[in-house]
Design a protein around this ligand. Structure first.
Ligand SMILES: [Zn+2]
Length: 1025
């Protein structure tokens, strides 16, 4: 009660009063602040919590303020307003808060005195931050780069405002629809002691309940990282809601505890009976004498009193029964307090090495549709991550100061990207209006960051005092549309390469003319080719207004972590000597086979049908029989009332048949297919239907073939939803095995109709074999030593449904909702309202097993960290420009080794109690290879960072946890034992925690990276200029 009086005094005295310390002076947060348990009893940890989606049915702002309550009654501001006084009033009460995107909005609106009170609650562990990311990210369609970033900004907010007591100890993924092993590995490296989640396959759950293995040690990187990637993981008993009958939010319907026995509705005995039953039901499936009850759900606690008043009574009457021999003890708790008790139990837990994909909630409800849902948004999120990394790097390399406003500009995109990782954002399971809101946020962030890139070029480009002209950006280059290149006869192209090694890159610019001269950074002419834009690109509605009829194509070699400038001019009529012709050759019924070939690979197409027939790796003399086509599934319709009536929807993929369909009875592409042959690029344009087209592209020096597809508008006049796949069929014998990446990093082995930890009863032979393909999928034939690898440019779903096949879902248009909450069919209509047209690319490699990793690792890096193009339109010659400006520049003194990825380079506030004035930077280096993937590139590698960068020297480096919120030397994680651990002296010891000793860096700050290792450093720098 005394806290409440103090709080009142704060409100009265406002800001001019000196803050008073109403809480005990030393922070007592962490495991020592937990409410006591009773040994020998079943301790029920009541965890009051709210699950606040960072956008879903409403936008993130609408959820925050409680707007549009006709869509969903939800207002996050009221939740925090309402919970804090409850915590102030009663020191035994606990509450956890998770989504920092919301908490940061609320925090900005609070007075100093309220902030002071909340800091006190956090310091005493009464309000605890769990997970602490900007959002609770999706695990299927998110890229590890964006996952790490979204946690880093959440952690940074907590650290700045709550110091060590704000550092989350437990990860909390209660709602995502399946769980990735890479996510577990990243969480372990962020220093989390444990992870709890709510959703797992119904068969897996039944099995685990029977075996009492709902709680386990998850090995996040068993082959590469070992114990640092291990994470204690618990699957919650009733999702993330309360047991039946105990939901006491204003939006719940359960009876309150009515405890005046003079009244007719007195129900304490009935509530206690229900409690005892619920406790015993759960206790028989778990190993310890502790149970966790998640007392809350979506957007609950906006009137916290209804919850807390009834929980108070529940605790009071349940614990009173102990006097009569009851062994049930209820307490207010948090996930970390529950975890602490599990740890103290000192048991040996079973372990798991695979992941929790795919997630089925019942026999015909496989949540594998969302792997592909909103495929254009998924692409935009991936591209925007690319742009954010470029901005952060250039901001750091140019040493932009806050006076340039760069921090503020970057924050807007950082936070928009943080929001976009949410499990109803990039997952594609939000309403259409909310999807538009996410995209708008990203676009606003990109606009802000374009200013930063301009400022960085302003510093890095000039040789003297003259400022470079303003850079313009083209965001629709993927559909051959760009007003700068279309409307200017003379312009400069600047390419920033965010990879710290040289990259070979083919530029493709939409232009109106037929002949161009391109001058490179050294003043020499570059070989070019002008290729007509295919009619199928022309039909994309989002190109409306674009004048381009051709693409100008030329090869470039890009500086590591730097920029390169090219000078482009239309040469009306007269063809430059360096211009290569494009010959257009239509296919006809009598055509001989068509071959696209460079010095590395060759693709043979049937001259009559235009279909792919075979692929050769010319260096290795490997040949593969392969065809590729687009097909589609008809989506199951249904009212979802029973398993058999499950419809395909935004979450669920359920085809209505066990086979896919092609576009006509005999696949023939002759009518529209043709070849565009030239020196630099060769293309085969294929038309499978008026709405499913493709260009197979082979560049002069590429070891891959690009299959650029354009799909949509998917017709629905037959009132049937459709899900379109690109299907590759080969003669490889992969014996049911295929391989997909997890969040763009480690590769997981998949086996058709099989799960590692239980005997699967396969009820959906297609959907049940779909996995997230975040960056790549491959199949191998070990006998003939051939591997077919396909990389994509965004997250998609797919698998190998029959031996020799790979299928990847590229687009879906559905007419039914799957009754999992979103309440809308996934029917995207695009800018013209007629149905969304989507374009993307698959990159196809054929090689031996041992050579394939170096191809897909490098290409994957080049795809998610693609070069960033910008343009200036000075009417000036190379010789004049190069007097004033650098035409080439690198931010590193030497390229990083081929197996090292520069994951993060950004300005960073630092991990001290206050933002550091010495302007520290954050640096993450990553070994891109797994153990044994490549004979040489999988070896450990050293990088000396002191003298690595050109604009600054690194004077010291402190190694941090992956989330950059704690020096690694200070990290202590709870120690767990798994049943397969061998007893050693160290595991027998009673030290419950593991302390991490970062390896000391030597004088030249040499960093050693082991396979798949990411090392995070706060670096102090000295400006060289
Ligand atoms: Zn959710």
């Amino acid at each position: 009660m005394n806290y409440f009086i103090y709080l009142l005094s704060f409100f009265i005295c406002s800001a001019q009063c000196a803050p008073q310390n109403v809480f005990s002076s030393a922070p007592t947060c962490g495991y020592s602040s937990c409410n006591p348990v009773k040994d020998g009893m079943i301790n029920v940890h009541l965890v009051p919590h709210t699950h606040d989606d960072v956008g879903w049915l409403k936008t993130v702002d609408q959820y925050y303020y409680g707007d549009k309550n006709d869509i969903q009654i939800a207002g996050v501001q009221y939740i925090l307003d309402s919970v804090i006084p409850q915590l102030i009033n009663d020191p035994s009460k606990r509450f956890i808060y998770v989504e920092i995107a919301f908490f940061a909005r609320w925090w900005r609106e609070q007075t100093d005195s309220m902030r002071h009170v909340v800091k006190g609650l956090v310091a005493e562990g009464r309000l605890e931050f769990i997970l602490g990311g900007w959002c609770m990210n999706d695990e299927a369609s998110t890229h590890y780069n964006a996952i790490i970033d979204q946690h880093t900004i959440g952690f940074e907010f907590l650290r700045q405002n709550f110091k060590d007591c704000g550092r989350p100890r437990v990860a909390w993924q209660i709602d995502p629809f399946g769980h990735s092993r890479e996510q577990a590995s990243l969480f372990a490296q962020m220093g989390f002691d444990g992870l709890f989640f709510g959703r797992l396959d119904y068969e897996d759950k039944d099995n685990r309940l029977k075996q009492k293995t709902m709680e386990m040690i998850w090995k996040g990187s068993p082959k590469n990282l070992g114990s640092v990637s291990e994470l204690f993981t618990g699957a919650l008993y009733s999702g993330y809601g309360p047991p039946g009958g105990f939901c006491w939010d204003t939006i719940c319907g359960d009876s309150p505890v009515m405890d005046d026995d003079r009244l007719h509705d007195y129900n304490v005995p009935a509530v206690m009976q229900n409690l005892v039953k619920a406790v015993n039901d759960q206790a028989k499936h778990y190993q310890t004498k502790h149970l966790i009850w998640t007392m809350g759900s979506d957007f609950q606690y906006s009137n916290a009193n209804t919850w807390f008043k009834n929980l108070d009574k529940l605790i009071k009457y349940a614990n009173a029964m102990q006097a009569n021999g009851s062994n049930i003890n209820l307490l207010y708790s948090t996930p970390s307090c529950y975890l602490d008790q599990l740890n103290k139990a000192g048991l040996k837990w079973t372990s798991k090495e695979d992941d929790f994909f795919p997630y089925a909630s019942r026999g015909h409800s496989y949540w594998t549709g969302y792997f592909t849902s909103r495929t254009a948004l998924k692409y935009y999120v991936r591209r925007t991550n690319n742009f954010l990394q470029v901005t952060k790097q250039m901001d750091a390399l140019a040493l932009l100061e806050d006076t340039d406003n760069s921090t503020y500009n970057i924050v807007i995109l950082r936070e928009a990207m943080g929001v976009a990782q949410h499990h109803d954002a990039v997952s594609g399971t939000e309403k259409q209006a909310v999807a538009y809101d996410y995209a708008t946020r990203l676009a606003n962030g990109v606009n802000e960051c374009e200013k930063v890139i301009n400022d960085a070029y302003g510093k890095l480009m000039p040789l003297g005092s003259q400022k470079p002209p303003s850079h313009q950006f083209c965001t629709l280059l993927n559909i051959s549309s760009c007003s700068v290149t279309e409307n200017n006869k003379m312009f400069q192209l600047h390419i920033y390469n965010p990879i710290a090694r040289p990259v070979e890159y083919y530029v493709k610019l939409p232009v109106v003319g037929k002949t161009y001269s391109v001058i490179g950074p050294d003043g020499k002419a570059i070989e070019t080719q002008v290729v007509p834009i295919s009619p199928d690109t022309m039909r994309i509605p989002e190109r409306s207004g674009s004048l381009a009829k051709h693409d100008l194509v030329f090869p470039t070699t890009l500086q590591p972590l730097g920029f390169t400038t090219y000078f482009i001019q239309m040469t009306a009529g007269k063809k430059a000597k360096t211009g290569h012709e494009t010959k257009t050759l239509p296919l006809s019924a009598t055509s001989a086979n068509v071959v696209l070939q460079n010095k590395y690979i060759s693709l043979t197409f049937d001259g009559q049908s235009g279909m792919l027939m075979s692929m050769q790796n010319l260096e290795k003399e490997i040949s593969l029989t392969i065809s590729q086509e687009f097909r589609f599934y008809f989506s199951q319709a249904g009212n979802n009332s029973k398993d058999e009536f499950q419809a395909s929807g935004a979450y669920i993929f359920r085809p209505n048949d066990t086979q896919s369909y092609n576009f006509s009875s005999s696949p023939s592409l002759t009518t529209k297919s043709y070849v565009q042959a030239g020196q630099i690029v060769q293309e085969l344009v294929q038309s499978f239907s008026p709405w499913a087209t493709q260009t197979v592209i082979l560049y002069e020096n590429a070891r891959f073939a690009e299959f650029q597809w354009t799909v949509g508008p998917i017709p629905i006049d037959d009132k049937l939803g459709k899900e379109v796949i690109s299907k590759f069929t080969t003669d490889l014998k992969n014996n049911g095995f295929y391989y997909t990446d997890a969040n763009g990093r480690e590769i997981l082995e998949r086996r058709r109709d099989h799960r590692d930890t239980w005997a699967l009863n396969q009820s959906e032979p297609i959907s049940g074999n779909y996995y997230p393909i975040n960056s790549r999928i491959f199949i191998q034939d070990q006998k003939v030593n051939k591997q077919l690898t396909i990389l994509n440019d965004r997250s998609q779903g797919g698998g190998s449904i029959q031996d020799g096949e790979i299928e990847i879902m590229v687009h879906r248009r559905l007419l039914h909702d799957d009754s999992l909450g979103v309440g809308e069919p996934l029917n995207e209509t695009g800018s013209d309202g007629k149905g969304l047209v989507v374009r993307g690319s698959h990159y196809v490699f054929l090689d031996t097993l041992e050579a394939s990793a170096s191809l897909h690792r490098e290409k994957a890096e080049e795809l998610f960290m693609a070069p960033q193009l910008s343009f200036t339109t000075e009417q000036t010659k190379y010789s004049d420009w190069s007097k004033n400006f650098r035409t080439t520049w690198s931010g590193v003194k030497q390229a990083l080794p081929r197996n090292v990825h520069l994951l993060t380079l950004e300005q960073f506030a630092g991990t001290g109690p206050e933002p550091s004035e010495s302007q520290p930077f954050l640096l993450r280096l990553e070994h891109m290879y797994e153990i044994d993937e490549d004979a040489t590139l999988s070896k450990p590698v050293n990088v000396s960072i002191q003298d690595l960068f050109t604009t600054f020297e690194i004077t010291s480096a402190t190694e941090l946890t992956l989330g950059a919120n704690l020096p690694l030397s200070q990290l202590e994680r709870l120690k767990w034992m798994s049943a397969d651990d061998v007893d050693t002296e160290s595991t027998k010891a009673h030290d419950p925690s593991l302390k991490f000793k970062p390896s000391q860096l030597n004088d030249s700050l040499t960093v050693t990276l082991k396979p798949m290792q990411i090392r995070t450093f706060q670096i102090e720098i000295k400006n060289r200029q």
